[in-house]
Design a protein around this ligand. Sequence first.
Ligand code: C5P
Length: 238
Amino acid sequence: MSDDRLILALDLPDALAGLEMANRLGDTVNFYKIGLGMLTGGGLALANELKDEHGKRIFLDMKLFDIGATIEAAVRGIARFNHDFLTVHGDPYVVRAAAEGRGGADTKILAVTILTSLDRADMDDACIKDGSPADLVVERATRALEAGADGVICSPHEAALVRALPEAEGRLIVTPGVRPAGGDAGDQKRVMTPAEAVADGADHIVVGRPIWRADDPVAAAKAIITELNSPQAHTPNR
Ligand code: C5P
């Protein structure tokens, strides 16, 4: 029992702990997100091992941001491993450079719109222009998709708005900030359930601690997969 719509954020302290968790989850989870915390501690080797020796799909959450030439070179280097997803910031020149660097590899370039941890006060601090976070997410998503992104990362609260964009036709929407129905939200403030997120148009949901911190990670992952296949997940909220 696995469902590729569920991506497990493997935010464990090091690659060995990550591999142990993946081994424990076995066939239940098929898609892993390896983020910056893990990448600076052996995460790339772990990603390649999970892909090549365990047949897992891999989302490298690098959130790349730099001048175009450097983005292109960085993506060219990583694309030879043919991971499934790679994140870059959604600025159009970054997305264009990433698409160029990806060349003929299968790696999908996903654009980060606006980090969902930012509120309007954080955006003011960062000199980000006026407007509600939701409006800015939609605007950045539109521009990133026009620039050639294969998909976007956004909060589940913006998934329906992004899904409705003509530019999003045939592109991917991936949402973190998802919590199982009745679960503890932890430090995630604006959460939705897995069923709500996919009903709003998310192709994949990213879930971390509710699975890997659970006493029984296999049961926790299975419960989410069951929820993804519930009637509610098939009823569009839009
Ligand atoms: O443990 P949890 O389910 O909160 O993990 C969510 C994952 O998604 C983490 O790897 C986190 O870095 C990432 N993420 C997030 N919120 C965002 C962007 C990424 O939680 N706005």
